[in-house]
Design a protein around this ligand. Structure first.
Ligand SMILES: *Cc1c(COP(=O)(O)O)cnc(C)c1O
Length: 373
């Protein structure tokens, strides 16, 4: 192989999907080296990542948290947390308003964990009053789980109110912050979050291959022997990483980890989470304004809308089909996302990743030029 001839190929399209998402050329280039999974230098990189994640999640009290990395996609990290954190005699309250909340309930059911689901429907935010009622009613509930930004619709749930309610009742709080962490400012310590879950290929802008759980150390220490799976044992993974300086228990996704370290550097260079959140919010506002100008309607009212992904109603004319729309936009260099709602025809456009205002302008031009229906 002649290294001098090796060039990064051009991306044929921009991913406007909420993970995997468009990464920078430098993040992709960071993968062009093989690493030893137990070498000190590599494990040092892992430690650095864990340290940075705990700080990013919790500016007000980073010492209280420790980050555990877990092989697999984001769902594997959710399953590791749910399966490792809730004791045999515990009970989980799932606050659901979309597919990802329902997935948490499904994981708990498969694992045989006693579960109560409060379902708010796909179009309503999680309501802290209903959380209050559910907790007051059932003393057996030990843990509550909620999705911060429901990627199904793009809904942002009122995390501060939910956390306040769950903590006032002395329950353990697990947050699926998969699509928000790194793209929306949040302080787990100030909110009292015990376990916060996200993955490499969302707002940190790495490539897919592992998820992570940022855990309150005291709450994590209580999890010894609780896991219902060997490979997804969050506690054991944590102990191994702590005792052996960043070592994973089984083969780790070395190239993905290296790319993630680069992605964290680029987050710092951008100005941290505040700056990235501002870019995403700018993208989202530009997208919505432009789409509304073209006659599209958003699924959600603005106060419920996250800066991560936006769901739009499909246009009325019968000539519109998502498949044809998708193909035309793909040819123009943009990949968008189908809808995921049970009761409404929508499509979704994400604006996270290495996506900037000029990209949104080009997208809007492409949509305007492809109004064939
Ligand atoms: C992406 C995502 C997940 C994880 O999905 P994977 O396909 O397993 O990576 C979980 N919850 C939310 C809210 C997500 O956006």
């Amino acid at each position: 192989m002649n290294n001098e001839k090796l060039q990064l190929p051009e991306n044929p399209y921009l991913l406007l999907t909420p993970g995997p998402l468009t990464t920078t050329p430098s993040v992709k280039a960071a993968m062009l080296r093989d690493w030893c999974t137990w070498d000190n230098e590599y494990n040092g990189l892992v430690q650095d990542i864990r340290f940075k994640l705990a700080r990013l999640a919790s500016a007000s009290d980073p010492q209280r948290y420790s980050a555990v990395l877990m092989q697999g996609s984001g769902t594997f990290a959710v399953e590791a947390a749910i399966g490792s954190v809730i004791p045999r005699d515990g009970k989980l309250l799932v606050l659901a308003n979309g597919a990802y909340g329902q997935r948490i309930a499904q994981i708990a059911q498969v694992l045989g964990i006693a579960t109560t689901v409060v379902d708010f429907g796909e179009l309503a935010p999680v309501d802290a009053h209903a959380v209050e009622a559910a907790l007051a009613e059932d003393a057996a509930i030990t843990h509550a789980a909620v999705v911060h930004t429901e990627t199904t619709t793009g809904m942002i749930n009122p995390l501060a109110e939910i956390a306040r309610t769950v903590k006032a009742h002395g329950r353990t709080l697990i947050v699926d912050a998969m699509s928000s962490f790194g793209g929306v400012e949040l302080d787990a310590a100030a909110l009292g979050i015990d376990f916060l879950i996200s993955s490499a290929n969302k707002c940190i802008q790495g490539v897919p291959g592992f998820g992570f759980v940022i855990a309150d150390i005291e709450a994590l220490q209580a999890c010894k022997g609780r896991a219902r799976s060997l490979s997804l044992d969050l506690y054991d993974q944590w102990v191994t990483m702590e005792r052996h300086g960043g070592k994973w228990r089984f083969t780790s996704p070395t190239h993905v980890v290296r790319a993630f370290a680069q992605a964290l550097l680029e987050l710092e260079e951008e100005g941290g989470i505040a700056a990235r959140a501002a870019r995403y919010a700018g993208n989202q506002a530009k997208l919505t304004d432009g789409m509304e100008r073209l006659g599209f309607r958003t699924l959600l009212p603005r106060p419920q809308q996250s800066p991560i992904i936006t769901a739009f109603h499909e246009p009325e004319p019968a000539a519109f089909t998502f498949g044809a729309f998708y193909e035309r936009l793909k040819k123009a260099g943009f990949v968008i996302y189908p809808g995921k709602l049970t009761n409404a025809s929508t499509f979704r456009i994400g604006n996270i990743g290495d996506v900037h205002a000029a990209d949104i302008d080009r997208l809007l031009e492409a949509i305007e030029g492809n109004r064939f229906w």
